[in-house]
Structure formats: C-alpha cells, structure tokens
Design a protein around this ligand. Sequence first.
Ligand SMILES: C[S@@+](CC[C@H](N)C(=O)[O-])C[C@H]1O[C@@H](n2cnc3c(N)ncnc32)[C@H](O)[C@@H]1O
Length: 210
Amino acid sequence: MSRLERNWQYAEQYPTETDAQVRARRLSLELGVEPVSRAIAAQLSGLVAATATTAICELGTGVGVSGLALLRYAPEATLTSIEIEAEHLRQARTVFADAGIAQSRLRLIEGDAAQVLPRLNLEAYDLTVIDADPERLLDYFETALQIVRPGGTIVVPNAFAHGRVPDPAARDTVTRNLRDLLATVGDSTAIAPVLSPAGDGLLTVTRLNG
Ligand SMILES: C[S@@+](CC[C@H](N)C(=O)[O-])C[C@H]1O[C@@H](n2cnc3c(N)ncnc32)[C@H](O)[C@@H]1O
C-alpha cells in the first residue's frame, strides 16, 4: 500500500460514528444503497457545524446515512431531503426516528429530484447536497445554485465517480459530467471550489457573496 493510500485509509477509519450512524450504514449496505463514506460523513458534519448551517437540502436521501451526518452537530438545523424510491424513504424515516431526530426537523419528499428541486424556494438553503442520479448532475447543480443563498454551499459526494474521473481512459456520461462540473466551477469567479480526496471524492462549492 502506498503512503497516499495509507493516509486515505487512516482518514476513513478515523471518524467515530454514533450508534445510530453505525446501524444506518449497515442497513444501507445491506439494501445495496451506497452511503457516503465515513470520512465524507465526518466532513459533512464538520461543515454544518463550522458554518452554523440551519437550512439543508439533500438530493438522494438513501436510508439516511448522510442525513444523520448533516444533522449530527446542528440541533437547530432542518433537512429537506428528496428520494425517488419509496422503500429507501421508508427506511430513512425509521433511521431518523431511531436516532431521535424530531420529525419537525425533517421534510422528506418522495419524488424525482428533477421535478421537486425546481419547486423549492430560491436562496432558501445554506447547504445543498447532491447525491442522486449522477447522469443529471449538471442540471441539478444549476438549480442548486439558485436555491442556496449567497454565501451558501453545494456539496457533491462521489466526485471521482468511483475513481473514473482521474482516469483519462474513462469517458462515460457520469464521468464527463463530473469533469465538466469540476472545470466549470474551477474557472468561475462567482464560486469557490474545494475538491477533497476523502471517500470517492467530495466537491465543495461555495457561492460567493455579490
Ligand atoms: C448514493 S444513494 C444516496 C445515499 C445517501 N445520500 C447516504 O449517504 O445515505 C443515491 C440515492 O438517490 C436516489 N435517487 C436516484 N435517482 C433519484 C432521483 N431522480 N430523484 C431522487 N432520488 C433519486 C436513489 O434511490 C438512492 O437512494
């Protein structure tokens, strides 16, 4: 194992998760729903805490592993999360209840993010997480930029598309979408991008004021 691989593995194993997170992660893997990695979950928790985020929107609830991370250190925060699969959402409700998250902090919406996202209030969210349907990533990102407030942030887990983005031989649609997004946000003067190698990559983009 190379030094960089050891660093990556160490960062993945470092975070301590709550019992509810451990159970949710196990359930997610059993159901074949890929959750955010432990290092990414920790980054989401830390980001929310560091920025005093209160209004969060998420595309792709899964069974709630990322949702638990987002709400972990933010007792005032509310989570609007969109999920197309009724069964995933049903499991997520159980996961959130099991973790003692009050229902008043959750708005779980069953539906296609492509339909639901454009109906959300503009500039209403401090943070938007895009973790659904990577084929439509560019459309989601465009709309997410409108629903986050100036100074707000968009995060994209799996920004390496299972390692394909850095592989010049990979040219599938999802990989190309991610490369296009990385190039666009890298060139923009209106947003500040950060690409972390945690998990399968985490792109964090902050919409600059003004
Ligand atoms: C990678 S999983 C999300 C994992 C979750 N964020 C977590 O870390 O626990 C992607 C989820 O997006 C959902 N999904 C796929 N297409 C969708 C769409 N068009 N609208 C909303 N959700 C969608 C899938 O059913 C799946 O539950």
